[in-house]
Design a protein around this ligand. Structure first.
Ligand code: TRP
Length: 508
């Protein structure tokens, strides 16, 4: 079977940077930066980018392009069955992330509609499903909880899945067409928002707020774990998607230049977004409860609502930007999973995309379940949001780092890394030195192992299973159930997919 190829170099760059630039850049970065001492977050962030981000991106590009196979098959060429299993595990973990990521995108779509209809800009919204004294909740909180406690949000989530399917149904063809429209618009919208932010009276002080480091946080291991997880997530590493995208490249590719361009575009987008968000925070002296979702659905809309007269325009711009940025990311995982299944089982594309999407939709709906379990909103409000938070905890906090650890060990120890380096250098203007081998073999595994150890220790310090952070009402078993679902879904699924016999049809 003829493997697809990108139509142009720019198509690949746009698709790979589209995968990288997502919700992570626009809101998660600012939320993390705020939580971890604003400017002080830059230092761990830059260290994470250079020590782990760049080498792992080179590794994933190299592995995918060298064997021209999706991630599990390429890893299988290196590490046999274990390698293949790591590849599937990465994709399944990323599928969990995609499930709730698309749920969030469904909410972005819902909020976009509410900002067009004007509901988001009213002072308050009535929320009969919750127990508030006068039955109302101030905006933007009101609009958001009205959205996620209604079955409409399930409809929005399904719609976003439909957009995803349309964008991957023709593989690189439809992806290329999609990102060629979305990426320039995203940059434009982001620059407009930045301009609006820093030209607000005092807006430039947000810049200073972001640039004023609080170095005392650097001794906090959570800051470091936050920075490294953010780097994996924002650069789309540990998802298996960069390998899949690189497998559609011709062999004569300048991988180091591509890595610098993709990582550079991603991180500059992140900085610009950070400045725009911090300008809003500063001007309206908002103090965020630093969670990623609150930044997106509460803090930024709250700031925008104070732009008298133009709130609606900028609100629509902001949510459209989020939707495009998110879509160009989520399609990358659907494509990576699809190409892995096609490579293994020789299925046809359309049924494969549909199969992946049906599993994804079910997960996204679980994260959107509008059942109110916490009527006074002490915590998460709905069952869906609680499930979302729990899955995020396992798949994001631990999953991505684990994939990074496994891939570095397999490529570093079961394969001559120098051979991968020579391959990466073949057509590249900037040549990688021996530091690359040292980094993959020793430095990255050591860094990730210490982060994971730190994470597990702090988990114990906070007391029992993660669930202790939640007021779960009658749902106390939920954290355990989600941990099991994630572990069995990823490990069990990867085992089955590895051991199952591959399809022979169409095999040359
Ligand atoms: N890099 C994206 C971001 O910063 C996240 C992401 C990458 C992603 N690939 C993905 C999310 C696949 C879901 C599915 O937001």
């Amino acid at each position: 079977m003829q493997r697809q190829e990108w139509r142009s170099k720019i198509g690949f760059i746009l698709a790979a940077s589209g995968s990288a630039i997502g919700l992570g850049n626009i809101v998660f970065f600012s939320a993390n930066a705020y939580k971890f001492g604003a400017g002080a977050f830059y230092l761990p962030y830059l260290i994470a980018l250079i020590a782990v981000g760049i080498p792992v991106m080179l590794l994933e590009f190299g592995v995918g392009n060298y064997w021209s196979r999706a991630f599990p098959q390429a890893m299988g060429k290196i590490g046999g069955k274990v390698g293949e299993m790591v590849g599937w595990w990465a994709l399944l973990n990323a599928l969990f992330i995609t499930m709730y990521y698309v749920t969030i995108l469904g909410w972005v779509l819902g909020m976009l509609i509410k900002s067009i209809s004007g509901e988001l800009w009213l002072p308050a919204v009535s929320l009969p499903a919750f127990a508030f004294p006068d039955g109302k909740l101030a905006n933007p909180y009101g609009s958001f909880f009205a959205l996620i406690s209604s079955w409409f949000n399930v409809l929005f989530v399904s719609l976003v899945w439909a957009f995803n399917i349309l964008l991957v149904v023709k593989g690189t063809r439809s992806i290329e067409a999609g990102v060629k429209i979305m990426m320039p618009l995203m940059w434009l919208f982001m620059l407009v928002l930045l301009f609006r932010g820093i030209t607000l009276p005092d807006g430039i002080n947000g810049f200073f707020m972001l640039m004023t480091p609080d170095f005392s946080v650097l001794s906090n291991p959570q800051v470091w774990q936050g920075a490294f997880s953010q780097i994996f997530f924002t650069l789309s590493l540990g998802f298996g998607v960069m390998a899949a995208y690189a497998s559609y490249l011709p062999k004569k590719t300048d991988h180091t230049t591509n890595t610098i361009i993709v990582a550079g575009m991603n991180c500059s987008f992140e900085m610009i977004a950070g400045l725009a968000v911090f300008a809003l925070l500063f001007v309206f002296s908002l103090t965020p409860k630093a969670s990623t979702l609150s930044m997106m659905f509460f803090i930024v809309p709250q700031g925008l609502s104070k732009l008298s007269g133009t709130a609606q325009i900028f609100g629509v711009l902001f949510f459209t930007l989020l939707l495009m940025a998110g879509l160009s990311s989520s399609i990358s995982l659907i494509e990576a999973m699809t190409s892995a299944l096609i490579d293994k089982f020789r299925w046809r594309r359309l049924p494969t995309v549909i199969t992946v999407s049906i599993i994804g939709i079910l997960g996204s709906i679980a994260c959107a379940l509008p059942v109110v379990i916490d009527k006074t909103l002490k915590n998460n409000g709905t069952l869906g949001l609680t499930i979302l938070d729990l899955i995020d905890h396992y798949a994001y906090t631990y999953g991505l780092l684990l994939v990074g650890l496994f891939e570095a060990i397999i490529v570093g120890w079961f394969f001559p890394v120098s051979k991968l380096r020579e391959f990466l250098n073949q057509n590249s203007k900037i040549k990688l030195g021996r530091w690359f081998d040292v980094s993959i073999k020793y430095i990255i595994p050591l860094i990730i192992l210490s982060l994971l150890a730190g994470g597990i220790i702090s988990e114990f310090e906070r007391g029992s299973l993660y669930g202790s952070d939640f007021e779960l009402g009658g749902f106390r078993a939920l954290p355990l159930a989600m941990a099991l679902l994630w572990a069995v879904g990823t490990f069990g699924g990867a085992l089955v997919l590895t051991l199952i016999k591959k399809g022979e049809k169409n095999e040359k």
